[in-house]
Design a protein around this ligand. Structure first.
Ligand SMILES: [Zn+2]
Ligand SMILES: [Zn+2]
Length: 342
C-alpha cells in the first residue's frame, strides 16, 4: 500500500509499505479520510516524547472495514451495530492498557502505558490501517467518511467541556481559532455561554469564528480584556503557546476557570501569579485527548450540532501529503483532510 511515512523527525515522504494484516482482535480498514492536526506536526518535528519512528501518522480517521481478525466475527449483539466487512466506521485512536492506575480509576486517557494509532503505532494517512475492533464505531448512513474524520477532534473538545464544566450564562474567551478553538466555540454556545470572545491573529479564522457564532473577535487578548475589563468566567487556551497562555491567564475573571487545551511543547513553561490563583480563586484545568467522549462526538455530528461544512475546508490526495502539511503549517483553512483512496 501507499502511506505517508515519517522516517525520522523532519523527514517525510509518501512510499510503499506492506499492507497491514489484522491481528485476531483487529479490523483492517480502507481509509476514506484522515484529518491532519497539530499532533502530526509535533510528530514530524520530533516534538513528541511518545513517538517511535519510522511512523505512519494519522489518528483522525474513518473508513470501510475490508477484513476482520479471527476473533472479531461475533462483534455486536445487544442492539449494537454489528461490524461486518463493508461497515463504515470511525475509530477512537487512543489505546489503553486496562491494568494501570489510570485505567483502573476512570482516567483511561492518562494510562501509564498509553499508546495510540498514528502516534506510537502506524496510523491512517495510508490506504489501509489495522485497528482494535473494540475501538471502531459504526457510522450512521447520514455521516460521510469526511465528516466522520472530525469525530476524534470533536471528542477531544467534548472531553474539554466535561473537564471545564461551565455554568449556563458564563462568558468565554477562546484563544486560538483553529479546529479545536472553533469546535470548543460551537460546544460552548450549545452549553449556554452568554458571550464568547475569540482571539486569533488569522483574519480568515476570525471570520469563521463569527460565522460559527462568536460574539466578538479580536487579534489581541488585550483588546478583548478592554471590552470585558473584569475578565471572562471561562478562558480557554487553544494555542499551546507559552506567551499566549501567560496573557490569557490575565483575562480570567475572579472565581473563573482557565483551561489549558492547546498542546504546548513538552519543554515549555509559563509564569503565572500564584497570588492571583489564590486571591481570585482561579481554577486551572487541563484536558488531554478523549475520555468516554467518542460516542458523544459522533452523536453531536449526527445531530447537526457541529457545522462540519465550515470545518472541513481542504482535502488532498495522499500523494500531496507534504503539500498538505505545508498548508497546515501556514494556518490556511481549518481542518485539512487526506483522502488516501482518492
Ligand atoms: Zn488530532
Ligand atoms: Zn493503563
Amino acid at each position: 500500500m501507499q502511506a505517508a511515512i515519517i522516517d525520522a523527525p523532519g523527514n517525510i515522504r509518501v512510499g510503499s509499505l506492506p499492507d497491514p494484516l489484522p491481528r485476531p482482535d483487529e479490523l483492517l480498514i480502507r481509509v476514506g479520510a484522515c484529518g491532519i492536526c497539530g499532533t502530526d506536526l509535533h510528530l514530524i518535528d520530533g516534538d513528541s516524547p511518545l513517538a517511535r519512528y519510522p511512523l505512519v501518522p494519522g489518528h483522525e480517521f474513518a473508513g470501510e472495514v475490508v477484513a476482520l481478525g479471527s476473533n472479531v466475527a461475533e462483534q455486536g449483539g445487544n442492539g449494537e451495530a454489528r461490524i461486518v466487512v463493508g461497515s463504515r466506521v470511525a475509530v477512537e485512536p487512543n489505546l489503553y492498557c486496562g491494568h494501570c492506575e489510570g485505567c483502573r480509576t476512570g482516567h483511561e486517557n492518562l494510562c501509564l502505558n498509553y499508546t495510540a494509532v498514528g502516534v506510537t503505532t502506524n496510523g491512517a494517512i495510508a490506504e489501509y490501517v489495522a485497528v482494535p475492533a473494540a475501538k471502531a464505531y459504526v457510522l450512521p448512513d447520514t455521516i460521510s467518511l469526511r465528516e466522520a474524520a472530525l469525530i476524534e477532534p470533536v471528542s477531544c473538545a467534548v472531553h474539554g467541556m466535561h473537564s471545564l464544566n461551565p455554568r449556563s450564562g458564563d462568558t468565554f474567551l477562546i484563544v486560538g481559532a483553529g479546529t479545536m478553538g472553533l469546535l470548543l466555540l460551537q460546544l460552548a454556545l450549545r452549553g449556554g455561554a452568554s458571550r464568547i470572545a475569540v482571539v486569533d491573529v488569522n483574519a480568515q479564522r476570525l471570520a469563521r469564528a463569527e460565522q460559527l457564532g462568536a460574539t466578538r473577535t479580536y487579534t489581541d487578548i488585550r483588546q478583548a480584556l478592554a471590552d470585558e475589563p473584569r475578565g471572562f468566567h471561562c478562558v480557554i487556551d487553544a494555542t499551546g503557546v507559552a506567551a499566549v497562555i501567560e496573557q490569557a491567564f490575565l483575562a480570567v475573571k475572579r472565581g473563573g476557570k482557565f483551561m489549558i487545551f492547546g498542546v504546548a511543547s513538552y519543554e515549555a513553561s509559563v509564569s503565572l501569579s500564584p497570588f492571583r490563583i489564590y486571591n481570585d480563586e482561579i481554577t486551572i484545568v487541563g484536558s488531554m485527548a478523549v475520555l468516554s467522549s467518542f460516542q458523544a462526538a459522533l452523536d453531536l455530528i449526527q445531530g447537526g450540532v457541529i457545522n462540519t461544512r465550515a470545518m472541513l475546508t481542504t482535502a488532498y490526495p495522499l500523494q500531496d501529503f507534504a503539500q498538505a502539511i505545508g498548508q497546515v503549517r501556514r494556518g490556511e483553512g481549518i481542518k485539512t483532510l487526506i483522502l488516501p483512496n482518492g
